[in-house]
Structures are given as structure tokens and as C-alpha cells.
Design a protein around this ligand. Structure first.
Ligand code: GLN
Length: 538
């Protein structure tokens, strides 16, 4: 029978509930348990696919092509659970399905209300995931902060759920913040007390408190929090700020969080096996070198937009035992005269995904700089499209080459809309999404990385390499080394005469994990490290 952990957050947002939930999943898996995780997002969008990256951060894509919250990325990176459309639920999704059922006559005669129709739908989604995955433990994270109006139906639903399954089958974990007040020189517990009081008012008594803090959570403080929040002393867990998210499972373990959870849920489990995780942390703690990678994009002030890229680069570092330092380069600011100073000295250049015209010409300049200066280059999705545009313009003499996304009237549409995309009228969930197969050409850098000729990777785009330009590109040295067999689409291109220039239409970053770094990121970092070692003193 599945046991449930509900994770809520209080005081402020962005406390790292997603990483805390993922870390709990990681620890429970280490005890030999099967886990899955679920994120409930109280916003009214059906999914985050139509949101601006500044609003939402990265949109994480699952194998089944669902556009989801970036926390699902953490879940997949920290555990072996596979995410699908069942693992992310939003208010929009819940209302959409209740309203559809109402129109279909499913509730004939009834008045449709938040309690019970909306709350029942939420509970059904939890059960649906439990029935499908049959995990030992389902960890369900409620987005937002306790006290948000939007979050209330979700909190009410998990309260009811807890009552239905019983207190030894479900627990509540509340993540809070202990702010440090400079003038008083101390950590303050009052906001935590208030947020727990708010939870208790709606009938939820947390079993465990995870307290984010910049300083040490002393025994006195723990006692105070335990007393005021009606939580056992040992269940007040310190979550000290850290610069390595992958160390969090270990920190939780030091606080015996896993043991407390197992005991409260009455689970008999094997002792924790974390040797591989520890080894990985050790490599991160004492790297044998450093490389500097320029990430050239237009959301560089908001790193959440590139969450999986940042993580995959770190994983590439782990695979090569080096630390990866990122130099953020805002493509909107790049001009012909400023490219050199912006990119001088980097060991590798990565252009990530993105939408819209702003910043494109800066990215083209960066791709050109990487190609001409033989700097390792990884282009992802938009990054590949930009590399193709650059190559067409400077190597094939197609001066005005462009993507029809940026110039619908370009005489050389080297990137153009997919046939199936031309019919699309709605914006939500209509891109080419999710896992597609790809055949890899044997004599290629890509094959050297994967050592496999059949791969599957996740996509999220509308535009694609235009096959009419395949021959001319090849003649000038840009080779299609990955092809989708069903539709004959170019998924990977490489420049043969270059130390390492690989660009892919898919998003490899979504499948990289700290214990299994993605082959393309591993090889990109390896090539960057080679460059950094062979480069003269800079
Ligand atoms: N805007 C491009 C497209 O729609 C690239 C998308 C992306 O980078 N995810 O094809």
C-alpha cells in the first residue's frame, strides 16, 4: 500500500521545496523504496507552457511530452522516478476537467462547488498516480506558500486525503524560513510559528518542520519551534543554506529525517545505501580542474530559466572531475565589436533554447565566434537553429539566411515551420513535444558520445532544419549526424572540421542526472577541458 508525504511551504516562496521533496525521494530510494513525486501548482494556467520564462522559469518537458514545472526536473535528477503528465497538476487542469464533466452531464442535478467537486478531483489525481505507479511512497508537493488564496483547495484536499488514509499512511512536512535579523543578531522563529498556525487553522498539523536557515539551528531554537508549533523536537530539521543542492539529501540524513519519516509512516526498510551519491559529492568537493563555459542567451538575469542546463553542465563536470564555471552572456547586448571581449578566454560556448526574435543576432555572433575560433560549442534547440543560420550565412554564402520565426520573408529559410505546425491555431501544448527517436551517424562526435546509433531525446519546438538546405550545408562542412527516422528530420548537426561543434534540435539537458551525466554534456565539457589545458596562459 502506498504511503503519502505532503510537502507544503510557508513564510516566503522560493525556499527550495522542490529540491527538499526531491532530496526526500532520493533518501527513501536509498532505503530500497519505490518512490514517485507529484507537484501541485495552484496557478490557473493548464500548464506552464504558455508562460514567459521570467514568470515561471524553465518549462520542463517529460518523455510523454507534457510541459511541466521545473521541480519535476529535480525529481528526475534526484530519483529514478519517471515523470509523466500525471505528476504535475494545476488549478487550470483541475477546473478544466471538472467543467468538462459538468458539460457532459456527469454531475447532473448538482451544484458544482470547490468542496467537494474540486477537492475530489484533486484527490482523484493523487490516487490516479498512486494506482498507476504503485510506489511505496508518493511525495506530493503543494506549490506556493501557505496563506495564498489559490492554494486553499489543494490544502483542503490533502487534509481530507490524510483523514481518509489515516495518520500512519500520510504525513505532512512543512518547509519554512528562519530569517536572520542583523540588528538583533539572531534567527527568528515567529514567521514559522505564524505559518504553522495558519496550517493548523485549516486542519493540517505538520509532522515535520524543515527550517531553512543561514545559520545553525541550535537546540534552544529547535525546542522553541517544537513547543510553539506542536511538533516533536527531533522532527524540527535544520536545512542550512548550501551551494551544492546535491548535498541536501546528506544534510537531511545527518538530521535523521529519513529515519523519522520511516518511523512515522511505519515503513520497514533496508538501511540507506548512498555510496554512489557520496562518491559523486566527493568529486564535486574536490575537482581536479576548472572550465569556464559561456552560456549565451537572453534570460541570463533569471537563472531559473536555464535550470536543467545549469545542472547538466555541472553533471558534465562531474563526469570529467572538473568544476564548471558559467559565464552568463546576454545575447541582446552582443554586437560585432563586443563579441570578443564578452567571450574572450572561455573554454566552451553553449547556446540554449529560446523563443522570439530578441537577442538572436547576438547568438549568431556567438556561434560564429565559436566556429571560427575553434571553441567547443553545444547548441540546443534554438542554439542549433542559430548555428545553422550562422553557417548558412558565413560558410555557404547565403547572406540573408534566417529562420522564418525571425524573418518570415527571408530568401533562405534554412529553419522553417514544421509541416504539422502550419495548421496549429492554439498555443497550449501544440509544439513538437516529448521524446522522439533519432538515428545517429556512426562516424560522428555524437556517436562517440552516445556510443549508440539509436537514441531518444525530448523536444519542445515548432521550427526545424529545412531539408532543402541539407546538401549545400553538407558540401560546406555542416553535417547532419542525427536524423529522426519517421519524418526524416535533422535532429543533430556537426561541423566536421572543428574540435567539437555539436548542435541538437532536442533538449539533452532534460535527461542528465548527477549519477548519469548526459553524453553530450560529458563530451562538451571534456572538449572544453582539452581546450583549457592546451590554451596558452590567458
Ligand atoms: N523558437 C524555436 C522553435 O520554436 C526554438 C525553441 C526552443 O529553443 N525550445 O522552434
Amino acid at each position: 500500500m502506498t504511503k503519502y508525504i505532503f510537502v507544503t511551504g510557508g513564510v516566503v516562496s522560493a525556499l527550495g521545496k522542490g529540491i527538499a521533496s526531491a532530496s526526500i525521494g532520493c533518501l527513501l530510494e536509498a532505503h530500497g523504496l519505490k518512490v514517485t513525486l507529484m507537484k501541485m501548482d495552484p496557478y490557473i494556467n493548464v500548464d506552464p507552457g504558455t508562460m514567459n520564462p521570467y514568470q515561471h522559469g524553465e518549462v520542463y518537458v517529460t518523455d510523454d511530452g507534457t510541459e511541466t514545472d521545473l521541480d519535476l526536473g529535480h525529481y528526475e535528477r534526484f530519483t529514478s522516478a519517471k515523470m509523466s503528465k500525471l505528476n504535475n497538476v494545476t488549478t487550470g487542469m483541475i477546473y478544466e476537467s471538472v467543467i468538462r464533466r459538468e458539460r457532459e452531464g456527469d454531475y447532473l442535478g448538482q451544484t458544482i462547488q470547490v468542496i467537494t467537486h474540486i477537492t475530489n478531483e484533486i484527490k482523484d489525481r493523487i490516487k490516479l498516480l498512486a494506482d498507476k505507479e504503485m510506489p511505496d511512497v508518493l511525495i506530493c508537493e503543494v506549490g506556493g506558500t501557505v496563506g495564498d488564496i489559490e492554494g486553499l483547495p489543494f490544502l483542503e484536499a490533502i487534509r481530507q486525503f490524510w483523514l481518509e488514509v489515516g495518520s500512519s499512511n500520510a504525513i505532512f512536512i512543512h518547509l519554512t524560513l528562519l530569517p536572520f535579523i542583523e540588528t538583533a543578531g539572531e534567527l527568528k522563529t515567529k514567521p514559522t510559528q505564524h505559518s504553522v498556525r495558519e496550517l493548523r487553522e485549516i486542519g493540517i498539523q505538520p509532522d515535520i518542520l524543515i527550517c531553512r536557515t543561514g545559520g545553525k539551528l541550535t537546540r534552544e531554537l529547535k525546542e522553541k519551534i517544537a513547543l510553539f508549533c506542536n511538533v516533536e523536537l527531533r522532527a524540527v530539521i535544520e536545512a542550512r543554506d548550501t551551494d551544492n543542492i546535491y548535498s541536501i539529501p546528506m544534510k537531511f540524513r545527518d538530521e535523521c529525517l529519513d529515519e523519522i519519516i520511516l518511523e512515522k509512516l511505519r515503513i520497514d526498510a533496508t538501511s540507506a545505501e548512498l555510496s554512489k551519491w557520496r562518491e559523486m559529492l566527493e568529486i564535486m568537493r574536490s575537482p581536479e580542474g576548472e572550465v569556464e563555459i559561456a552560456v549565451v542567451g537572453k534570460y541570463t538575469t533569471l537563472h531559473d530559466s536555464y535550470k536543467s542546463i545549469i545542472e547538466a553542465l555541472a553533471h558534465g563536470g562531474i563526469a570529467n572531475r572538473v568544476k564548471v564555471n558559467i559565464r552568463w552572456v546576454e545575447s541582446t547586448d552582443l554586437r560585432r565589436g563586443s563579441v570578443f571581449s564578452a567571450l574572450e578566454g572561455v573554454d566552451g560556448i553553449l547556446i540554449p533554447g529560446g523563443f522570439g526574435t530578441r537577442g538572436i543576432e547576438g547568438m549568431v555572433l556567438a556561434a560564429n565566434y565559436a566556429r571560427e575560433n575553434r571553441i567547443p560549442f553545444l547548441g540546443i534547440c534554438l542554439g542549433m537553429q542559430v548555428a545553422v543560420i550562422e553557417f548558412a550565412r558565413s560558410a555557404c554564402g547565403l547572406e540573408k539566411a534566417n529562420s522564418t520565426e525571425f524573418n518570415p520573408k527571408t530568401p533562405h529559410p534554412v529553419i522553417s515551420l514544421l509541416e504539422e505546425q502550419k495548421k496549429v491555431t492554439h498555443m497550449g501544448a501544440t509544439m513538437r513535444l516529448g521524446a522522439y527517436r533519432c538515428r545517429v551517424l556512426k562516424r560522428s562526435k555524437t556517436y562517440e558520445a552516445y556510443r549508440e546509433d539509436r537514441i531518444s531525446e525530448r523536444h519542445r519546438h515548432r521550427y526545424e532544419f529545412n531539408n532543402e538546405y541539407r546538401d549545400i550545408m553538407k558540401k560546406h562542412g555542416l553535417v547532419a549526424t542525427g536524423i529522426n527516422p519517421e519524418q526524416d528530420l535533422v535532429e543533430i548537426v556537426e561541423i566536421a572540421d572543428h574540435p567539437w561543434f555539436v548542435a541538437c534540435q532536442f533538449h539533452p539537458e532534460f535527461k542528465s542526472k548527477p549519477l548519469s551525466p548526459h553524453p553530450l554534456f560529458r563530451e562538451f565539457i571534456r572538449a572544453s577541458e582539452d581546450r583549457s589545458q592546451s590554451a596558452p596562459e590567458r
